[in-house]
Design a protein around this ligand. Sequence first.
Ligand SMILES: NC(=O)c1ccc[n+]([C@@H]2O[C@H](COP(=O)([O-])OP(=O)(O)OC[C@H]3O[C@@H](n4cnc5c(N)ncnc54)[C@H](OP(=O)(O)O)[C@@H]3O)[C@@H](O)[C@H]2O)c1
Length: 398
Amino acid sequence: MVVKADAPRSVTILGSTGSVGTQTVDLVSRDPERFPVEALTANRNVTLLAQQARQLNARMAVVADPAAYAELKQLLSGTGIEVAAGSEAVAAAAERPADWVMAAIVGAAGLEPTLAAIRRGAIVAFANKEVLVCAGALMMEEVKAHGATLLPVDSEHSAIYQVFDFERTDSVSRLILTASGGPFRDKDRDFMAAATREQAVAHPTWDMGAKISVDSATMMNKGLELIEAHFLFGIPEERIDVLVHPQSVIHSLVEYVDGSVLAQLGTPDMRTPIAYALGWPARIATPAERLDLVKAATLTFEAPDPVRFPALRLARAALQSGGGAPTILSAANEVAVQAFLDRRIGFLDIERIVEETLTALPHRPLRDLAAVREADADARRDAAGRVAAIGATAVGSR
Ligand SMILES: NC(=O)c1ccc[n+]([C@@H]2O[C@H](COP(=O)([O-])OP(=O)(O)OC[C@H]3O[C@@H](n4cnc5c(N)ncnc54)[C@H](OP(=O)(O)O)[C@@H]3O)[C@@H](O)[C@H]2O)c1
């Protein structure tokens, strides 16, 4: 596809009310002439959605929860902005003719809308990693078949994308994903066993949505990113390393066969990778703080601890097992993280539920999307049963 660097680009933001979504809105709102807005979607935060739709003069606003429709309609009455509700309507919003779609829904709920954008050959800025984890091979086939462009938004994958030699992939020897280590990087298992929701979502370097913050605390986020990197860049699991780098300045690295290592650096501000995708192939200005290496002074690195953080091992095992294993891993993790956020289970129950679900269910091949949906639903059912079994025991202190 030939893309004119500074031509106007119409935009749809799936998950506009979330952490990535609001930062995308921030960038788009700085240049409304260049980035006219086609559609915005949310789950149920209609107040913010309506405010964004008015601010950006969007053509359409969609809420996934049908119960929120009446309120959204009322909030946007008299504006001429189209309103719809339901998960099908979110996917239909992605089908509308925007040049560029930000996929920033959290979890596998983003599968259908992201696919809808891919199937019409759009440029898809891709934050919603669970979608690639649950249906990676099928998604990449769809991208190829429909001539879509997938631009990673995760800061690590954006970094790799910027230094990866797509013309000579056999010259790449290793991908090195950096990880902040999360809020429990220096905590022991006893601390983690008693960790509260508030402690788990308090990320040291990034300000993110609740689910990804908990994933960072368990380091499952890095496991999901490892699987994401495998599908995005076609590099096998054993050639993707994880490096703990608490300052989050080096966003990831690519090692080449000659020993050269290329990296992308910046302050930890998601507007930088979002802007890279929004402007691509041109660069656009952002208000992100400039990187001052003298001020940063010391950059440190350490190997991830597989004993305190078993999630990485689980993700590697799921990727090696293949078929529906990553789908099961991600779905069980979503259920367990939500249960932890709802204070129904403890922090260490998350990894236990994921491991048990991964062991209990068969890892069938994923021939089509129906098989993905089935593996996803089975894993959710199994994991929910395990959450229920933990039940009301010892939740009082959470
Ligand atoms: N935050 C980051 O810095 C960051 C960095 C890299 C990658 N990511 C990835 O980007 C994705 C979004 O993360 P986030 O932190 O922005 O999440 P978030 O703050 O929780 O926002 C999620 C967005 O998705 C919407 N949503 C939730 N459930 C939905 C459903 N069932 N159907 C339709 N829409 C739904 C939410 O709407 P409501 O507001 O109405 O609930 C919200 O707009 C995740 O996959 C995450 O791993 C995030």
